[in-house]
Design a protein. Structure first.
Length: 489
């Protein structure tokens, strides 16, 4: 029987729906993660600029971004909570045996989540209610709380990739847990910094893309220029850094998880002078069809020499490595991520070169078309990075210690398929609601801008006193006294 078919038929019936459910919820949640991790920092940079230069436009942008930050955090609570429950419901074998070892990461993430919720509430409430300096200082812990949450999740995931910090008793259960070693595993550093910088550049490109679209539609006022410049500059600076970090994590995988590296690069047999395949499909006999073959390049990239030996998939038995299909999926995800990253580097260099020569923004519409696409492309790259990480580790849920099939729930597969259908429906409603709220905010802000342009008085974001009664707004033409108008505001 074909090896891949044999492995699939020997797997529990619950495995496929459990994996599909986990994959869908994770892929959905990760769309929100860049804004959750990096938008607080981008907002505070704009807030600082507004206070530093007494810039009402910058303060207005920061205030509006803080509203978006709060809305996406609320939706992220829903999707993140579902993921937390799924670890216990879908993978009881994992949590039951290994929870004492790597569960500290989830505990850190939970504390960070509560801290971030409180800080966002204070920051959002503080506009027009706190003194400007006090309000800004209370917002400063927000990026640290977001980074702490990422720390917890990446600590758990990196442990699953390179587990350590424990020994096994006679029954194969962990004992003598060393929490420090369990958190700071060999893959933690490369994964964490690669992830954090990816979140910054993705959030930066997403936010800047909104204003790039505005520029393409003829909105070239200072509001759109500033709304584009700050997040895009942060993302552009982070992009080449991310390219270097991506190379670093690939080498870490090469040394610490050689079979995963073989899957990501579809290397069948251990050898030197290994070629690099750009895309292509791996077959169960080790042949590769399609794609572009570049001689020697894989060995050169792995060890800076064509004589570098690259471990192949056949170095381990079939039941201890990804199937040909899984290897192809991981390989395509990795190549798409690298391709998008390379394109973003070129876009960042374009921006930097124009800024260096002209001390201004590019004027080319093609640049703004690229900037508008950079945000969605970055999200795709983040998704592909997680696909390469998780699929490339198969069949292990804890690398070389527990298979995915050993951790899956005993719940009937039909029940899991029904759960998947319900989750899809709920998530469509949740993300539809998120989109509706964001569009409503956009409409309200445009009406406010139109009123200001028409000469109606609008309070600067930080102008009102910290606690006392607000100043009355003069009555507008067409009725209404100052006190009633001020009450509505």
């Amino acid at each position: 029987m074909h090896t891949s078919v044999h492995l699939l038929t020997s797997a529990p019936d619950q495995l496929l729906p459990a994996r599909e459910l986990m994959a869908f919820t994770l892929a959905s949640h990760i769309i929100l993660v860049p804004l959750g991790v990096a938008l607080p920092l981008i907002t505070l940079v704009m807030h600082y600029r507004g206070l530093r230069h007494n810039d009402a436009t910058a303060l207005l942008l920061a205030r509006r971004w803080s509203a978006v930050m709060a809305v996406q955090f609320a939706v992220g609570v829903v999707t993140g909570t579902v993921l937390s429950f799924e670890f216990g419901l879908l993978w009881p074998g994992l949590m039951g045996r290994w929870g004492d070892v790597f569960g500290i990461g989830f505990g850190v993430e939970a504390w960070a989540f509560f801290l971030e919720a409180v800080l966002i509430a204070i920051y959002l409430y503080g506009w027009r209610r706190l003194k400007p300096r006090t309000h800004f200082l209370l917002g400063l812990p927000l990026p640290a709380a977001a980074l702490l949450g990422a720390f917890g999740i990446l600590a758990a995931n990196s442990w699953m990739n390179t587990p350590q910090g424990f020994s096994l008793d006679a029954a194969g259960r962990p004992k003598d847990v060393d929490i420090w070693k369990a958190v700071f595993t060999p893959m933690f550093g490369p994964q964490y910094w690669h992830f954090v910088v990816a979140m910054l550049l993705t959030a930066g490109y997403l936010v800047a893309g909104v204003y790039a679209v505005g520029r393409l539609r003829g909105r070239s006022d200072r509001y759109h220029r500033l709304g584009f410049t700050v997040p895009f500059t942060l993302a552009a600076v982070a992009t080449p850094v991310q390219f270097v970090l991506g190379d670093s994590i690939a080498r870490s995988v090469f040394h610490k998880q050689p079979v995963k590296f073989a899957a990501m690069e579809i290397v069948w047999k251990t050898d030197t002078r290994v070629p690099e395949y750009l895309f292509g499909r791996l077959h169960s006999d080790g042949s590769v069809s399609g794609g572009i073959k570049v001689p020697l390049l894989d060995s050169v990239l792995a060890g800076f020499s064509p004589d570098t030996e690259v471990v192949g998939l056949t170095s381990v038995p079939p039941d201890q490595r990804p199937t040909a299909v899984q290897a192809t999926i991981a390989h395509w995800a990795f190549d798409v991520m690298v391709l998008i990253g390379s394109a973003l580097v070129l876009l960042a260099l374009w921006y930097g070169l124009v800024w260096w020569r002209q001390r201004g923004l590019p004027r080319s519409r093609w640049f703004y078309r690229g900037a508008a696409c950079a945000g969605p492309a970055s999200v795709v790259a983040v998704e592909c990075g997680w696909i390469a990480t998780e699929v490339g580790r198969q069949p292990w849920i804890v690398y070389q210690n527990m298979r995915v099939s050993e951790a899956v729930t005993a719940t009937r597969s039909s029940t899991l398929w029904i759960m998947l259908g319900l989750v899809v429906v709920v998530y469509v409603l949740v993300f539809g609601s998120l989109l509706a709220v964001l569009l409503k905010l956009r409409t309200r802000w445009r009406l406010a801008d139109a009123e200001e342009a028409a000469g109606h008085p609008v309070d600067p974001p930080e102008a009102a006193g910290p606690y006392g009664p607000r100043a009355a707004v003069p009555a507008r033409d067409g009725g209404g006294d100052a006190s009633s108008e001020g009450g509505r505001r």
